[in-house]
Unconditional design. Sequence first.
Length: 125
Amino acid sequence: MGGYLGSYATLGLLLLVGTAVLGGAFGANRLLRPARPAQPPGKYASYECGLDPVGGDWAQAQLRYYLYAYLYVLFAVESVFLFPWAVVFARPGFGRTAVVEMGIFVAVLALGLLYAWRKRVLHWV
């Protein structure tokens, strides 16, 4: 089938075949597995690198770790978009619109950095 609707037919057929393969895999798993798998004693017990667990199972994560992750994402996103833009910056035909768009992008990321600075995340103790 060709034309505009041919690509949708190909996509539909691919989705149908993928769904059939997935359903077949789950069906084979259900048929071939043991009826009641044996549970060894202590399977669901806490395990810490071969040692008996110490203390309770409640652990609090400090907020600063989330802020470090936020800063990493902030700088990673900036570098992912800024480096390719800088590579093509010197090409002819690179218009003023692209410079303004990148300026807006860097300004938004600078707001994220300003937020981190105001929250004193960048203060190393």
